[in-house]
Design a protein around this ligand. Structure first.
Ligand code: SF4
Ligand code: SF4
Length: 373
């Protein structure tokens, strides 16, 4: 499924500012994608709702799904997109590379000598078996969506006949050059791992530890993950050749470095109403001296209302993500999203945090108390 990369480069240029990509980075991206060892992507789905795939397929800020997944990144396997299905598709994913077209191209340069040969990967002036070994052993980015159920020997989640998600993570995780856990289920267990977790679902990080696989891991949480977070991270890996800066939960700081609250359009309203109380003694216990219920009831809000939703249980102060500035559902390339949770009248549910959903429940408080009072 590897075709032209021109549109991807154009799209990357369009959103360069958003992900902090400078001109030199774009040149590097062009260089990396033009090389015969261009990274491939294999996307596995475990226990989840496929929402992150749907979110990703709606990506338009960076590029459309076609441009990103079909025309640009060498997507070897995705259960919802590849034209084949089931055992055949997953078998094809095992035969990673070189592809047939690459084999034909490689053959056309076989034993040729000279400068600037496309397949002279070790730059020794001749295309020979050494280059073929290098071509065959190049890595791929493994994207994992959904949690990994370990209960009943993995029988709760089979992605092909006799291939459980646990087995797939073992096989593909061992061979991947880097692994991206996309969505809260993959990053932290999410809803499938919520109490009482009957399938014994684990996050990707926990699964890799259980399987004794040590590979660079990036968590891109969210329920679902914003498409920009994933595309931006892949672009970053391609352009720099390394893992981007991560926080202590392995989330890219470019997207998760600040709280939702700090960039929320309602922060000044929060500061003028609740901030004075919260800052009174610098801790929560001080709030017990206030008749908080009366205070909050005196400032009524209902779901769907405009303004700070702290009194309805907003978790923005506890949650790291750039939703308030990036927003969701970009109408076109390079354009800001149209809205986000709080703007549409729903409190932030804390979906990008490791303790979502159990630790963020109840999602709404209806008694007038702030969630972290
Ligand atoms: S709506 Fe939520 S994120 Fe926005 S200011 Fe209020 S508490 Fe903070
Ligand atoms: S605002 Fe909160 S609940 Fe909504 S997508 Fe962002 S992190 Fe998740």
């Amino acid at each position: 499924m590897k075709v032209s990369r021109r549109d991807f480069l154009r799209a990357a240029a369009g959103m360069a500012g958003v992900i902090g990509l400078e001109a030199s980075g774009l040149l590097k991206l062009q260089e990396v994608l033009a090389a015969p060892g261009a990274p491939s992507v294999i996307w596995l789905q475990g226990a989840g709702c496929t929402g992150c795939s749907i979110s990703f397929l709606n990506s338009v800020y960076y590029a459309t799904a076609d441009e990103v997944l079909i025309n640009n990144i060498n997507l070897e396997y995705h259960p919802n997109i590849v034209p084949t299905a089931g055992d055949f598709a997953i078998s094809a994913a095992h035969v990673l590379r070189p592809s047939i077209s690459e084999m034909m191209d490689f053959n056309s340069e076989w034993l040729k000598e000279g400068q600037d040969l496309y397949f002279d990967l070790n730059s020794d002036g001749i295309v020979n078996n050494t280059d073929f070994v290098q071509l065959s052993q190049r890595g791929f980015i493994l994207v994992i969506e959904g949690a990994i159920p370990f209960g009943s020997n993995g029988a709760f989640c089979e992605i092909a006949s006799n291939l459980s998600m646990v087995d797939a993570v073992q096989q593909f995780g061992s061979a991947a050059s880097s692994i991206i856990a996309v969505g809260s289920c993959a990053s932290f267990g999410g809803i499938p791992a919520g109490n009482p977790n009957p399938t014994q679902a684990l996050s990707v990080g926990q699964a890799l530890a259980q399987l004794n696989i040590q590979k660079p891991l990036i968590n891109i949480p969210g329920c679902p993950a914003h498409p920009d977070w994933l595309v931006g991270t892949i672009v970053s890996i391609l352009t720099t050749g390394s893992i981007p800066a991560l926080d202590s939960n392995k989330r890219p700081t470019a997207f998760f470095g600040n709280t939702v609250h700090n960039s929320c359009q309602n922060k000044s309203a929060f500061d003028s109403t609740f901030g004075r109380q919260l800052g009174h003694a610098g801790n929560r216990s001080c709030l017990t001296c206030h008749s908080r219920n009366d205070y909050h009831v005196a400032n009524p809000k209902s779901l769907g209302s405009i303004g700070c939703l702290y009194a309805l249980g907003c978790k923005g102060r506890l949650t790291h993500a750039d939703c308030a500035t990036r927003k969701w559902n970009n109408p076109g390339k390079g354009q800001e999203g149209v809205s986000w949770c709080v703007q549409s009248g729903s409190p932030c549910l804390g979906c990008t945090e490791p303790n979502f959903p159990d630790g963020m429940s109840p999602f709404q408080t209806l008694n007038g108390y702030g969630v972290d009072d």
